[in-house]
Design a protein around this ligand. Structure first.
Ligand code: AMP
Length: 284
């Protein structure tokens, strides 16, 4: 595995594989890698000839007062993990390599970014869309791999790729969870003892919602009421939002038909967690 820090070094390293007609896969991450990241890398490894992983804690997707400085960074462990999983090229640019002096472009994907995380984290999705577009332009992969855990992010990226005719296949992979259901996240390491236990409320509320759908409920409002009730039983966690949204447009829907996701965000102490679930399996 080669570790590259500059755009020009990475492009040089990719020139050979590209000339040779090899299929290039990109796995963008912010590092502090865990099993879910490795599941994306494994999918890329299985489907592509040359696997590029990037590790970049993107400052433009963090708002003021968010956890940019505190975001976990484990570069040596990450590099070892990438090597073990068969990454060919690891791209770890410094901030000034991605945002040199004079940088002033921002990509905004309007409606898909509006609700849910977009409402509570203004600037987040423009930051994500901009950095992902940069990475797609730098690597020019045939396929790029993302996780369903960040469902709204994936909708923003899919929309951007369609709108801007970016020649890449977006591969979306399932949420990887801890044995008790908590979705894996780099931020989970900030959850101690009782907070770690309380954090399972996100998964529990999603499952309770799915149970209602399984029992015949089709009203989004009724399902969201169930989510709120589960949260009421867990005072250590505060629900920030819960909504049922169309898979493509992310617009709130009133009834559940099978092409929606239940999306939620909650705080456990200072730690903000997100999770989501489709109802496909519950509709029978
Ligand atoms: P991050 O490093 O948090 O920016 O995540 C990098 C990629 O990994 C994104 O596409 C995420 O959606 C994905 N990812 C993070 N956690 C999970 C998870 N628990 N399950 C599936 N994908 C995940």
């Amino acid at each position: 595995m080669d570790v590259l820090e500059t755009v020009s070094d990475l492009r040089e390293a990719l020139a050979g594989p590209r000339r040779g007609g090899r299929k290039i896969g990109l796995v963008p991450t912010m590092g502090s890698l865990h099993e879910a990241h490795f599941s994306l890398i494994r999918a890329a490894r299985a489907e592509c000839d040359t696997v590029v992983a990037s590790i970049f804690v993107n400052p433009t997707q963090f708002g003021p007062g968010e956890d940019l400085e505190l975001y976990p960074r484990t570069p040596e462990l990450d590099a070892r993990g990438c090597e073990q999983e068969g990454v060919d090229l690891l791209f770890t640019p410094p901030v000034e390599g991605m945002y040199p002096p004079g940088f002033q472009t921002k990509v905004t994907v309007e409606e898909v970014s509006r609700e849910y995380c977009g409402r509570y984290r203004p600037g987040h999705f423009p930051g994500v869309a901009t950095v992902v577009l940069k990475l797609l332009n730098i690597v020019q992969p045939h396929a790029a791999y993302f996780g369903e855990k960040d469902f709204q992010q994936s909708a923003v990226i899919r929309r951007m790729v369609g709108d801007l005719n970016i020649p890449v296949e977006i591969r979306l992979l399932p949420i990887v969870r801890e044995p008790d259901g908590l979705a894996m996240s780099s931020r989970n390491r900030y959850l101690s003892g009782s907070a770690r236990e309380a954090a399972t409320v996100l998964f529990r509320s999603l499952e309770a919602a799915a149970e209602r759908v399984r029992a015949g409920e089709r009203s989004a409002a009724a399902v969201l009421k169930t989510v709120r009730e589960v949260f009421e039983g867990e005072p250590a966690a505060q629900l920030q939002y819960a909504g049922v949204a169309d898979d493509e447009t992310l617009e709130p829907v009133e009834s559940i038909r099978g092409r929606e996701h239940l999306l939620l965000a909650a705080f456990v102490g200072d730690v903000r967690l997100i999770d989501n679930r489709s109802f496909e399996d519950a509709l029978g």
